[in-house]
Design a protein around this ligand. Structure first.
Ligand code: PMP
Length: 351
């Protein structure tokens, strides 16, 4: 604790991200993609001239926003880009949710949302999930400063349909509804087509998961011009997008390779369903998932201990030490070989 810290910082419990180990482990703990980025990324890296770095990047990030707009079926003005969706979310908290009323979110969702609430002095109202651990869309109220949830949700894995999100937006019209689609490409249904109809809908997305570019730090938001302008107003420098030239070039290269993108996400989905069956055969309860991870529990095994024993067998998964998630492990989907190693390790532990 330092006397130099402002009061909000003194009370901050930092978000503890999943471990990035230095040793070689089978890494199934931070929902990264097990497959390499599109082959065009390598080519774009080779073609990128270091001389570009001498100049400032395009302050409007036009080429990247145009490429994203085309893929998402919206206009360039409806797209905002940032350094990972975490940064886009941070800007959204500042632009929309500091209203002096609580922001509503599911009690179990992305654990960064409560951190941003503390950081940006936003009161938080956590609403329970429904009986099947789905985000309860009916629970959100009109009195809030806004609504935020991940769809599909993390770490529970369930995603609502676009029609269900439209139902929520018909009811909540006076504040921003932020739908975080970090995992939507693994079987969810995107709400992006709804931005035309609902000026208070902001959808965020990332290149970290389905595009295998977590190390690049590229995320985006899609919404009405009104909302995008709100984000533009709070970003660091009033007139410039925070994306560097290399990230822009690689982001565009990723967007142009549809084939690789489709093949990787299909592979992840197939492996996920195969893994589900094998985990269930070992006695695990596995929540339905439209993401690149599975949330699992075992009626007879202690999740915290299992986490440690798996790590001893060189398999790293995620255990959240919170009251509601204590009995669960979140397992990111790796390659088939990696999942074979996971299952082998679990077989030896379940014996
Ligand atoms: N939203 C959710 C639900 C996430 O799980 C993550 C990744 N941990 C993010 C947003 C942030 O992703 P990134 O900053 O890599 O785009």
């Amino acid at each position: 604790m330092s006397k130099f810290w402002s009061p909000a910082v003194r009370e901050l419990t930092p978000y503890v991200p999943g471990e990035q180990p230095r040793e070689r482990l089978i890494k199934l703990n931070t929902n990264e993609n097990p497959y390499p980025p599109a082959p065009g990324i390598e080519a774009a890296l080779r073609e990128f001239s270091a001389d570009h770095l001498r100049r400032y990047p395009d302050p409007q990030s036009i080429a990247l926003r145009e490429a994203l707009a085309e893929v998402l079926g919206v206009t360039t003005e409806q797209v905002f880009v940032g350094n990972g969706s975490d940064e886009v979310l941070a800007l959204a908290f500042q632009a929309f949710f500091r209203q002096g009323r609580p922001l509503e979110m599911p009690s179990i969702s992305y654990s960064f949302y409560p951190v941003y609430c503390r950081l940006y002095d936003v009161e938080r109202r956590a609403l329970p999930l429904d009986d099947e651990w789905r985000v309860d869309l009916d629970a959100f109220t009109l009195e809030s400063a806004g609504v935020i949830f991940a769809n599909p949700n993390a770490p529970t894995g369930h995603g609502h349909s676009r029609a269900a999100i439209a139902g929520l937006l018909e009811r909540i019209t006076e504040s921003v509804v932020l739908v975080d689609e970090a995992y939507v490409d693994f079987g969810g249904e995107s709400a992006v087509p709804l931005v035309e109809r609902f000026p208070n809908l902001l959808v965020t997305g990332t290149f970290s998961k389905s595009r295998s570019l977590a190390g690049l730090r590229l995320g985006y938001a899609v919404g009405s011009r009104e909302l995008i302008e709100g984000l533009e107003r709070v970003k660091d420098s009033f007139n410039s997008y925070p994306i560097d030239s290399l990230t822009s070039a690689l982001g565009i290269a990723s967007l142009t390779d549809r084939e690789h993108f489709e093949a990787c996400r299909e592979a992840v989905i197939t492996t996920r369903e195969r893994t589900r069956v094998r985990l269930e055969a070992l006695g695990f309860q596995v929540l339905p998932s439209q993401t690149n991870f599975l949330l699992v529990s075992h009626p007879k095994l202690d999740a915290a201990q299992l986490f440690v024993e798996l790590r001893e067998r060189r398999v790293l998964v995620r255990h959240f030490n919170t009251e509601v998630l204590r009995d669960y492990l979140r397992i990111s989907i790796g390659t088939d070989d990696e999942m074979d190693s996971l299952i082998e390790a679990l077989e030896s532990l379940c014996r």
